[in-house]
Design a protein around this ligand. Structure first.
Ligand SMILES: *Cc1c(COP(=O)(O)O)cnc(C)c1O
Length: 818
């Protein structure tokens, strides 16, 4: 029995849960855990999973969007949701996994299961590139390798597939057994064992043992002996195939030679020397190539054939990229994979963008295993309709042949050249454009045509890392506590609507900016969340009213001016009161309270939505007594205000490090700032946080200098013994402070930290790269997760906030999302 779709009744039986079925014959095709990523509502089954947020909270929203099938773990008032089907189980995540494990067990096909510390997704994608010529392959979308991701990945499996390639990632003990039950691999590939994600494990050995559980029933196990740390370990698999760079193995690498932009790898295999040339040079790619090489040999492919295929591997761009386009457009570049599941993910990201009224998709022909072209394009048309795409530009013969299916503004082109020849007539203007095409369409040429030129110095913003950090703080909050995200100063230098869109989509409660114009920019970009403005200038009161920006009121003068300004007929305009309890910057002090309350009493024009104070030293134990004193004084003032107002505004006092150190003072809301970007002075280990911003540039010129020569203005950089320097494209006008000159600052080049030499210039500076072999155009990392802003700040006696916000606006921001 192989299943193309299940009725809800069959699923209820498989899950063995209590069921209340209104339409037992409803057909289920898609499994959904997030009502926002909905595609085919009538055939979707919503699992209310308790993860960072409780999925049960989103049932009403899912119902509203047309979903009628639900798996829940707590009683729901089903009367509110007529004509729906309900299955109640003890644990919804387990139910999801159980259903997909059942689905998997209906098929007898080859499945490659991949796990390890690094390289899982690249190895998966490359195995797909190498094997999809011979077989119908189903694989994990993107890096779907978590407890939920694996289930959604394996659910795609259908009758037509001949080979599955799935990756599994774990962060805690006891997770792998569950993934093994879902993937049920027949071939196991262990990429490596490194320190990555060590948190949940007592030791590397324990982690290895856990990972190997994925392979408990495999036929063939592919691994490197040096990754097997303990000798007494029983290896999985009837057959084993080993690869190694350092010891004898079935595929033993003997030499790795870099030649310009490619690498020649020599190996010993069945007592013969074989070699492959691949278009990559970095160590991680070379290791991943070798893993793929070993896997194909282990699967029985002939050595020459494997070598031929490896030489044609393409680099995998893992993430979609958001950049500024020409003609006031935003451009999302996602030419990495062109199948329908990754299209759905990219469309969700497109949908989060509110900055332009119009959402446009440029899409090439797609291919999907096991579907006729008619089915495929019907499905795509439905998806585009559900995702409310306003405009479609199709490129390719197949999509053109199905033009009639698409109900939106549309145009079609035979191929990429045809499109590029007609670009001018397409009149792009104020649109968010998703560019998604199969490899052979070379859509990078379209990106090049539509993107604003990106200079060599860029600040890369990892939106997944930002979300991770948001969730990390949210888990510290008591139920019901709201989150205000501080997006002042360009979101600490990282961006404007790009960040706000994401925060809005992920449902923070409030946003805060410093000035009115920052707020207007966000409103114009479609941000509808409540927005607080900390320094509301009277000249902009009018704009605040128009854009519904909520002022922070911090003085009697400001309050009087605002009240005076507010026109007749405005009632209950939201404002926030700032109390000064010790910062002595802005805010009402105790002595102003009587007059403040006198002005507010009975005034219908204003509504005080929140009352807050800023604590001066939440990160510093030395000042804890002062922090307590500030909170006590805040609470006493708050009570007096409530007594007079007769209602209770939102209370909030904690910033990032306050959230970490003072959980008892969360009150009704917290104000999360720098923690979003991965820094927190109160957390000694920043393990839970991820680095959001990476600043990089490139080498413009390299010079070899003789002993005694000097570098830069006023001859400050001296090379007593001579050496090599690199001139790079970043200077103090980009935000790289002059204080970093003369060796105080360091940068990462080719994996090594090198010092600056001479003074930092306006648009450039020089690095001492003596002893390194580098080329013009090589990448230089100013800061990233290894060479962190914390280190930079320490070197010049400042704080991470300043380093981040100093990166000037002329440095282009590029946003990544996986
Ligand atoms: C900037 C700011 C915050 C956020 O501080 P972080 O330390 O970045 O979390 C909170 N409250 C107020 C009033 C601020 O100005």
């Amino acid at each position: 029995m192989t299943k193309e779709s299940y009725t809800i009744q069959q699923i209820a039986e498989i899950l063995n849960g209590k069921s209340f079925l209104d339409h037992p014959q409803a057909h289920i095709k898609s499994l959904i855990i997030d009502s926002r990523s909905l595609a085919d509502a009538p055939h979707s089954l919503f699992f209310a999973i308790k993860a960072q947020r409780d999925g049960h909270q989103f049932i009403a929203n899912a119902y509203q969007q047309g979903i009628r099938n639900f798996v829940v773990s707590q009683a729901v008032d089903t009367k509110q949701f007529p004509a729906a089907n309900w299955i109640e189980v003890p644990d919804t995540l387990e139910a999801l996994q159980q259903l997909v494990a059942f689905h998997r067990s209906q098929y007898a096909l080859k499945v490659i299961g991949i796990t390890g510390s690094n390289g899982k997704t690249i190895v998966k994608e490359w195995l797909y590139q190498l094997l999809s010529a011979d077989e119908q392959v189903v694989r994990s979308p993107k890096s779907y390798n978590s407890q939920i991701g694996v289930a959604l990945a394996v659910w795609q499996l259908n009758l037509h597939h001949q080979l599955g390639i799935f990756e599994a990632g774990i962060s805690k003990p006891h997770e792998m057994e569950k993934l093994a039950n879902i993937i049920q691999p027949t071939i196991g590939v262990l990429t490596n064992i490194r320190e990555a994600h060590d948190e949940g494990f007592a030791s590397k050995e324990e982690k290895l043992k856990e990972k190997l559980k994925l392979f408990k029933d495999v036929e063939t196990f592919v691994y490197a002996p040096e990754h097997i740390l303990t000798k007494d370990l029983e290896l999985p698999g009837k057959h084993q195939f080993t690869w190694s760079f350092v010891q004898s193995a079935d595929l033993q690498i003997t030499k790795v030679m870099t030649e310009n932009s490619s690498t020649r790898i020599l190996a010993n295999y069945q007592n013969k020397e074989i070699a492959v040339v691949v278009p990559f040079t970095d160590a991680a790619s070379i290791e991943n190539v070798v893993i793929c090489w070993a896997t194909l040999l282990a699967m029985g492919y002939a050595a020459e054939e494997v070598v031929a295929r490896l030489s044609k591997l393409n680099r995998v761009a893992m993430r979609l990229q958001l950049v500024n386009g020409i003609d006031q457009c935003s451009l999302i570049d996602d030419s990495y994979s062109a199948d329908i599941s990754s299209l759905a993910i990219a469309l969700d990201f497109l949908n989060q963008q509110n900055q332009h009224p119009k959402r446009t998709l440029i899409l090439s022909d797609l291919q999907e295993t096991g579907k006729t072209a008619d089915q495929l394009y019907q499905e795509i048309a439905l998806l585009l309709k559900q995702k409310q795409i306003n405009r479609l530009i199709g490129v390719g013969e197949h999509i053109t042949a199905h033009a009639h299916l698409f109900e939106m503004e549309k145009s079609f082109f035979k191929d990429t050249d045809d499109f590029l020849n007609h670009v001018a007539q397409l009149n792009f203007n104020h649109e968010t454009i998703l560019v998604k095409g199969a490899r052979k369409f070379e859509f990078e040429r379209i990106i090049k045509r539509l993107a604003q030129k990106i200079h060599d110095t860029v600040l890369e913003i990892n939106l997944n890392a930002l979300l991770n950090n948001l969730q990390s703080y949210k888990t510290k909050l008591a139920p019901g506590v709201k989150t205000m995200a501080m997006v002042k100063a360009f979101s600490y230098g990282s961006g404007s609507f790009e960040i706000a869109n994401l925060l809005q989509h992920h449902k923070v409660d409030y946003l805060t900016v410093a000035y009115v114009d920052e707020g207007i920019t966000l409103r114009k970009a479609g941000i509808t969340l409540p927005l607080m403005v900390m320094s509301p200038e009277p000249s902009a009161f009018d704009a605040m009213l128009r854009y519904k920006l909520e002022p922070e009121i911090y003085s009697l003068e400001l309050l009087r001016e605002f009240l005076h300004f507010l026109p007749e007929g405005v009632n209950n305009f939201p404002v926030h009161l700032k109390l000064d309890t010790g910062m002595h910057r802005l805010g009402f002090q105790e002595e102003h309270l009587a007059e403040l309350l006198h002005l507010l009493k009975g005034n219908q024009k204003l509504k005080v939505v929140s009352v807050f104070t800023h604590l001066v030293a939440t990160d510093d134990a030395q000042h804890d007594a002062f922090t307590e004193q500030q909170v006590a004084s805040y609470q006493s003032m708050y009570q007096q205000i409530v007594a007079e107002l007769g209602y209770s505004p939102i209370r909030h006092v904690l910033n990032t490090s306050g959230i970490s150190r003072w959980p008892k003072y969360q009150f009704d809301m917290v104000r999360l700032g720098i923690g979003l970007y991965g820094f927190d002075a109160a957390q000694k280990s920043l393990d839970e946080l991820q680095t959001v911003a990476v600043l990089k540039t490139t080498i413009s010129q390299i010079k070899h200098l003789a002993a005694g020569e000097t570098v830069g203005y006023s001859r400050r950089g001296v090379l007593p013994n001579g050496g090599t320097i690199a001139t790079i494209k970043i200077g103090y006008a980009d935000g790289y402070s002059r204080a970093f000159g003369n060796g105080v600052g360091k940068m990462l080049v080719g994996g090594k930290l090198v010092p600056t030499i001479g003074s930092i210039c306006m648009d450039m500076c020089m690095l001492d790269i003596t002893g390194l072999s580098l080329n013009v155009g090589d990448e230089v990392i100013v800061f990233n997760h290894q060479h962190s802003i914390v280190d930079l700040a320490k070197a010049i006696g400042t704080i991470p906030y300043e380093i981040l916000t100093n990166v000037s606006q002329r440095v282009k921001r590029v946003y990544y999302f996986e």
